[in-house]
Design a protein around this ligand. Structure first.
Ligand code: AMP
Length: 295
């Protein structure tokens, strides 16, 4: 595995690289969630690029940019073990040179949920969109892999790719959880043992909603209430807890097709997000009328 820090070195490294090229963009602090993406990418690519860049553009001034976990040597070792060919770890000035003045903005999707001004705001997704667009142009991947853990981000990236005709396939993989249900996140390192215990109410809430839907309850209010009860029992007050269309984040009154239940909550110093896709139980398909054909 080669470690490269500049776009020029990356392009040299990729000049004769066999295709398909896969890209797994991350902010480092690698955990099993990231490594599942890397392993999956390895299995379907001839060349695998893992990027590590803590992107200042997606952090608001009051967020954890300085505290964000950074351990490049550990990340490089994990990426190498998981099969990366190139480890791209650019500095901030390589990505945003002096005078950088371009914006990429995906519309309505970025103003919902995390993009609401009361949450991270749409600037967060402007930061995500610009860095992902740049990484796609730098690497020129055939496939890029993202996690369902950041469901809204995955939708925004799919829209970006479609609207700007990036020749990239976007694969979104399921959320990887610890055995106790907590979704893996680089930010989990901020949690004390007690806070981590409290954070479990997030996945418990999502599971409670999932259980209710499996039992046939499709009404949004009742499904959300089941999740909210678990959060409250665990002492968590969510920033939001909402049922939305998994296609376009529109508000839904009933679980219908593929529906996203998403939650954000502060637990101690960490702001955690999680989600689950709810699907209405399959209705039995009526069997076609039996017609007798005469011999
Ligand atoms: P991050 O380093 O947090 O920007 O995440 C990099 C990529 O890993 C994003 O596509 C995330 O959605 C994905 N990811 C983060 N946590 C998980 C997880 N627990 N399971 C699956 N994918 C994840």
């Amino acid at each position: 595995m080669r470690v490269v820090r500049t776009v020029a070195a990356l392009r040299t490294g990729l000049a004769d690289a066999p295709r398909p090229i896969a890209l797994v963009p991350t902010m480092g602090g690698l955990h099993e969630g990231h490594l599942e993406l890397v392993r999956h990418a390895r299995a379907q690519s001839a060349t695998l690029v893992v990027s590590i860049f803590v992107n200042p553009a997606q952090f608001a001034a009051d967020e954890d940019l300085d505290a964000y976990p950074r351990d490049e040597r550990r990340d490089a070792e994990l990426a190498r073990e998981a099969g990366a060919d190139l480890f791209f770890a650019p500095g901030v000035e390589e990505v945003y040179p002096p005078g950088f003045d371009t914006t990429v903005e995906v519309g309505g999707l970025t103003r919902e949920l995390e993009g609401d001004p009361a949450q991270r705001g749409s600037e967060h997704f402007r930061g995500v969109a610009i860095v992902v667009a740049k990484l796609f142009n730098m690497v020129g991947p055939d496939v890029a892999l993202f996690g369902q853990k950041d469901a809204q981000q995955a939708l925004v990236i799919r829209r970006l790719v479609r609207d700007l005709d990036f020749p990239v396939r976007v694969d979104v993989l399921p959320t990887v959880r610890d055995d106790d249900g907590l979704a893996l996140s680089s930010r989990n390192v901020y949690l004390s043992a007690g806070e981590r215990e409290r954070a479990l109410a997030l996945s418990r809430g999502l599971r409670a909603a999932e259980g209710l839907v499996a039992a046939g309850e499709l009404d949004a209010e009742r499904v959300v209430a089941a999740a909210r009860d678990e959060l409250e029992a665990g002492g968590l007050e969510p920033d939001y807890l909402e049922l939305r269309s998994a296609e376009d984040l529109s508000v839904v009154a009933r679980v219908n097709g593929s529906t996203l239940l998403c939650v954000a909550a502060r637990v101690g110093p960490a702001r955690l997000i999680d989600n689950v896709i709810l699907r209405a139980p399959e209705q039995p398909v009526p069997s076609p009328p039996v017609t007798r054909s005469s011999p």
